[in-house]
Design a binder for this molecule. Structure first.
Ligand SMILES: Nc1ncnc2c1ncn2[C@@H]1O[C@H](COP(=O)(O)OP(=O)(O)O)[C@@H](O)[C@H]1O
Ligand SMILES: [Mg+2]
Length: 345
């Protein structure tokens, strides 16, 4: 597989005429499309080798008739989902195109956008997704959970055996190059649209990006903040690891932000320097909120709040009532007995 191989015969539907992209343009069925630029950043993926291998496996084809998979990467914000795809694209040696999904993304934004030129002519701009399809690159649909059903529906034929999209605006069908690969990231926070099952079934498997261990988390912070003092790094890693143990959502990104602010505060006034501890505490409160200074209390409060609200449904919930003694997830200890012990907080 290589990035240069988008000849017209690479494309799934040989009836369509897709020419080789030249100078940032491609012509499909007589319509000229201006292509997006690939993403050029190249930070590495640190630690957690297994999930990188799982993602790369999805993109392998084992036979002429085999198709790559488009996995869903899920996890809390700041855990490294976007970073993982950036690193995987680099490892794969293919150009990466990132499409940032939002609640108001329309189907045509995902595909081809008409742009009115000064002389009144219309030119057609290919989205990062279509550019990846045409150039034989990787497309990351980032934060896909923010996108509505109508936009997802326009991608249904892309993520099954058809591997093509239809641009109503440009009046063309666009087949994906043989080398085209994709991945979707989704935050598991509340900002989630209900994505219909027929779409989710095309975005498989689900790969869960979890918390890094202590050593990896230190390496991540050191990589992003090579100028940070060891003592500050160590305080931050201790904090993050404690929050992971309590299943709180603080992420490597939170650690990076907090450290950056603390270091700026320390540098600010050499005549009246803050102590490291003061700067770090202030950064903790300003970046992560006052409640972050008492993790155990925060964990207790979150657990209590979860007890009061509906807990997310699992597969078994379709077949058993929540209080059915046969429910496989039923746990006598789940019933709130007025207090929680710290151990499982
Ligand atoms: N395993 C990792 N290796 C390298 N950097 C990481 C890793 N995990 C998180 N990061 C860094 O943490 C920050 C948040 O990661 P990002 O990929 O934006 O998270 P997400 O997409 O899950 O919200 C980025 O600066 C990213 O580089
Ligand atoms: Mg992201």
């Amino acid at each position: 597989m290589n990035a240069q191989s988008s000849r017209s015969d690479d494309h799934g539907d040989s009836g369509r005429r897709t020419n080789t992209p030249v100078d940032g343009y491609v012509e499909i069925d007589g319509v000229r499309l201006k292509l997006s630029q690939p993403y050029t950043g190249s930070a590495p993926w640190i630690g957690q080798r297994e999930i990188l291998m799982q993602l790369l496996a999805c993109w392998i084809t084992v036979d002429e008739s085999d198709l790559p998979l488009t996995p869903r990467l899920v996890g809390s914000p700041g855990m490294g989902k976007t970073q993982l795809v950036i690193a995987a694209a680099k490892e794969q040696g293919l150009p990466l195109y990132i499409y940032q999904c939002t609640a108001d993304t329309r189907p045509e934004d995902l595909l081809v956008t008409p742009v009115l030129g000064q002389s009144g002519t219309i030119s057609y701009h290919a989205s990062p997704l279509v550019s990846a399809m045409v150039c034989g690159g990787i497309c990351l649909l980032d934060e896909g959970n923010r996108m509505n059903e109508k936009s997802w529906a326009s991608l249904a034929p892309l993520f099954d055996g058809r591997r093509m999209v239809e641009s109503i605006v440009a009046g063309i069908q666009i087949p994906a190059s043989k080398d085209f690969r994709a991945a979707v990231t989704m935050n598991d926070d509340e900002s989630t649209f209900e994505i219909p099952d027929y779409i989710l079934s095309r975005l498989q498997p689900t790969l869960k990006v979890g918390f890094p261990n202590k050593q990896d988390e230190m390496a991540i912070l050191q990589y992003h903040l090579p100028y940070a003092e060891n003592e500050m790094l160590a305080m931050t890693v201790e904090f993050l690891q404690a929050s992971h143990r309590l299943k709180l959502d603080f992420s490597p990104r939170d650690g990076i932000n907090l450290l950056r602010y603390a270091i700026k505060r320390l540098q600010q006034d050499s005549n009246h320097p803050l102590s490291r501890d003061q700067a770090w505490r202030e950064a903790l409160e300003r970046c992560l909120g006052e409640e972050a200074s008492d993790l155990e209390e925060l964990a207790r409060r979150q657990k209590r709040a979860l007890g009061g609200e509906a807990v997310p449904l699992g597969l078994a919930d379709l077949f058993f009532d929540a209080d059915d003694p046969m429910h496989p997830d039923r746990d006598e200890d789940d019933e709130y007995d007025g207090e929680y012990d710290d151990e499982d907080a």
